[in-house]
Design a protein around this ligand. Structure first.
Ligand SMILES: [Zn+2]
Length: 283
C-alpha cells in the first residue's frame, strides 16, 4: 500500500516453528521508496524478494533499479532476503556499525542469539557496504534523504529513520506493542530510545515493522503505550525477582507475563525469557 508520495508499505507474512513443533504466525513490514531509483527499508524473511519484486513490477517499475537497502537491524525477519536482493540488483546495503557482524556472519548471529527456524528465515550473510551513525544523513538520491536516529535496546545497533518532507518515521522493531511478544535486549535503554522518537517533530506517519502504518494522533498513543508497557514489564521483573529470590528465569517470566496480562505460554519462547531476564541486572 502507498503511504506517502514516495513510500509504500509491504506486509510479509511468515511462520516460525518453535521447539514444541507449534507454528507461530508472524508478519513483518518492508518499505519501498520509489524515486528515480528504488530504495528499500528492510528485506523481510528469506524468499521475500519474490513478493518485493512482484510489488515493484505491479507498480510498473523494474526491481533491477533497487539502488539501496537500509536495514533497521540484523534480526532474521529484517535481513532474510537481503542477500538475494543484493545479488540480483547490486544494491548498496546500509546498516549501523553495531549490527554489521550479525549481518555479515549470520552463523555467528545464530550462535549468539538462537532464534527457532533461523535457517529458514535467513537466506545468508551479506556484506554491509556502508555503516551509519546517529545523526547521519543517508542521501538516497536528489530529494530523498533519511535522517538516522540510533535507537538501541531492541538490539545494539537498531536505527530508526525519518524521511524529509513526508513526515515519515521508520521505527523498525523499536516500539513494542502491548499484547505482542516482548523482545528486547535492555528495557531501560529501549525506553530512552523511544523517548528520542517521542521528541521528534515531523513524524505524523509511523512505519513500524510489526504494526500497520499509523497516522496522526495515534502515533503519539503508540509511542506512549510502548513506553508504558516496557516500564510495566521491567517493574514487574524487578518486583518478582526481588521478592522471590529462588525463582528461576522461566518461572519468573511466567509470573511477569501473567501480571501484565500476556499469555504465560509466551514463556516457552526462549527469546521472551531472555528479554524479561535482561531487567535483572538492574537489581
Ligand atoms: Zn528485531
Amino acid at each position: 500500500m502507498q503511504v506517502s508520495k514516495h513510500v509504500h508499505a509491504l506486509k510479509i507474512p511468515f511462520n516460525i516453528t518453535i521447539d514444541s513443533g507449534k507454528k507461530l504466525e508472524r508478519f513483518v513490514y518492508c518499505f519501498i521508496i520509489f524515486g528515480s531509483k528504488i530504495h528499500l527499508v528492510d528485506s523481510g524473511v528469506s524468499s521475500s524478494e519474490k513478493l518485493i519484486f512482484d510489488y515493484i513490477r505491479q507498480k510498473g517499475r523494474n526491481p533491477e533499479d533497487i539502488a539501496s537497502l537500509t536495514l533497521t537491524h540484523s534480526h532474521p525477519d529484517h535481513i532474510g532476503a537481503a542477500k538475494s536482493i543484493r545479488d540480483f540488483s547490486g544494491c548498496t546495503i546500509i546498516a549501523h556499525e553495531n549490527e554489521k557482524d550479525w549481518i555479515e556472519n549470520t552463523e555467528k548471529q545464530f550462535a549468539d542469539r538462537p532464534v527457532p527456524g533461523f535457517s529458514s528465515l535467513v537466506g545468508g550473510s551479506v556484506p554491509v557496504d556502508k555503516t551509519v551513525e546517529h545523526g547521519e544523513e543517508i542521501n538516497l538520491e536528489e530529494g530523498l534523504r533519511l535522517h538516522v536516529i540510533h535507537t538501541p535496546g531492541h538490539s545494539r545497533g537498531s536505527i530508526s529513520m525519518s524521511l524529509d518532507y513526508e513526515d515519515i518515521l521508520f521505527s523498525g522493531d523499536v516500539i513494542p506493542l502491548p499484547g505482542d511478544m516482548p523482545i528486547y535486549d535492555d528495557p531501560l535503554v529501549l525506553i530512552e530510545s523511544i523517548e528520542k522518537l517521542q521528541r521528534l517533530k515531523n513524524r505524523s506517519i509511523l512505519l513500524s515493522s510489526w504494526d500497520e502504518p499509523r497516522v496522526g494522533n495515534l502515533v503519539d498513543t503508540i509511542i506512549s503505550d510502548g513506553i508504558k508497557h516496557l516500564r510495566q514489564l521491567h517493574n514487574s521483573v524487578m518486583e518478582v525477582a526481588t521478592n522471590q529470590k529462588t525463582v528461576d528465569s522461566l518461572e519468573m517470566s511466567k509470573i511477569v507475563l501473567h501480571r501484565v496480562g500476556l499469555p504465560t505460554a509466551m514463556a516457552s519462547i526462549p527469546l521472551v525469557v531472555r528479554s524479561l531476564s535482561s531487567s535483572i541486572k538492574y537489581i
